[in-house]
Design a protein around this ligand. Structure first.
Ligand SMILES: [Mn+2]
Length: 362
């Protein structure tokens, strides 16, 4: 039997410029990518894994330094009994001056290089690993499988590749049926950041740590074993933090304190996770949504807001205060229609927003 961990899309070095993080949160997140990756290495050592499969986008070439690469080398050297298999993806593709070529790797590290699919043989483990490394930033046309024979005599056969299961993609389009038809025991896929077990012989590991609010929910790696051509795989949640998106519906009967408690009582791990909370519905017009969120800061590791509320006006008071102006006339006109109708009510509120504040938020 052989045992493996399949990871990828780690994006070491990422700057988090595209996320609404402040500098400190971004710097912390960068260090967490490293520490979680190091935890994976410890995991493979402690669980006597034969292979660590890294299916591309191990690092961000744009931000990675030679110092970072040496650090990676030392981490791998530390796991000398684990065979570490690396294919490059679109973010760490192998150009001539790739940092992958600038360090002396320990002999447990195998990086796929060269044109097309290559194979690395592990006779003592009765295993052949096939792989393909990107050598450019986009690959639209996939000719890789047309004339390649996966004909190794070894019992266990694995393919590691970074690409997108799709008929039309700039990121190495892969055809699920063609992959299924290959005579392989496991296909370790990278590129899609959402983990997905496609079959008992094929999976996307997903990102190891989620990278932004586009990556909601559990992240981790795939762990598997192959024995007599019987492949077993499972997803292992492993990320330090999660990104969560929570939508909360409120109404004009709720006080500041009611809404405050609703946010405070959100489920999940508030000390650890990144929360994006959306407020929807009518809100008493004198409740300050910014304050509702800033006052939560102590209770959350990270919280940000999406404010989709509509201020609820005291129509009678407004009508009285503005009885001689266009605002009073507007309220009277709209009241003569059916305010139970949500469209009419919205029209009234947008109109009041425009008249009273000189703005409309749509
Ligand atoms: Mn990626």
């Amino acid at each position: 039997m052989i045992k493996f961990v399949h990871t990828g899309d780690i994006h070491l070095g990422l700057q988090f410029n595209n996320v609404s993080f402040d500098r400190e949160t971004a710097v912390t997140r960068r260090t967490e990518l490293w520490s979680t990756f190091q935890r994976v290495i410890e995991y493979t050592k402690n669980n006597n894994m034969d292979f660590l499969l890294i299916a591309g986008d191990l690092f961000e070439s744009k931000y990675f330094t030679l110092g970072d690469m040496k650090r990676l080398k030392d981490i791998f050297t530390d796991a000398i009994d684990v065979n570490i298999i690396i294919v490059a993806g679109n973010h760490d593709y192998l150009s001539d001056n790739s940092l992958y070529n600038k360090v002396e790797w320990s002999n447990n590290v195998f990086i796929f290089k060269g044109d097309g699919i290559q194979e690395i043989d592990f006779p003592e483990l009765n295993t052949t690993i096939y792989g393909y490394s990107w050598d450019r930033v986009e690959i639209k046309d996939n000719q890789l499988f047309y004339d390649y024979d996966f004909n190794s005599p070894r019992k266990n056969k694995i393919l590691v590749i970074h690409g997108e299961i799709s008929s039309n993609s700039n990121y190495l389009p892969l055809d699920k049926q063609s992959l299924n038809n290959l005579d392989l025991d496991y296909i370790a896929l990278g590129h899609i950041h959402k983990p997905e077990i496609i079959s008992n012989k094929m999976a996307y590991c997903g990102s190891l740590e989620p990278l932004d609010f586009g990556e909601i929910g559990e992240r981790g790696f795939i762990q598997g074993s192959i024995e007599d051509n019987d492949t077993k795989i499972e997803f292992v949640p492993f990320s330090k933090r999660k990104f969560l998106y929570k939508k909360m519906c409120i109404d004009e009967n709720m006080s500041y304190q009611d809404i405050y408690k609703l946010i405070t009582n959100v489920d999940g791990n508030k000390d650890m996770d990144y929360y994006r909370i959306e407020l929807d519905g009518y809100i008493q017009h004198d409740i300050d949504v910014d304050s509702l969120f800033t006052s939560q800061k102590d209770g959350f590791y990270y919280i940000e807001k999406i404010d989709n509320t509509t201020p609820d006006y005291d129509l009678d008071a407004l009508e009285h205060d503005y009885k001689d102006s266009i605002i009073g006339a507007f309220i009277r006109e709209m009241k003569s229609k059916n305010l139970e109708d949500t469209v009419t009510k919205k029209a009234l509120y947008y109109g009041l927003d425009a008249l009273l504040k000189g703005r409309v938020d749509l």
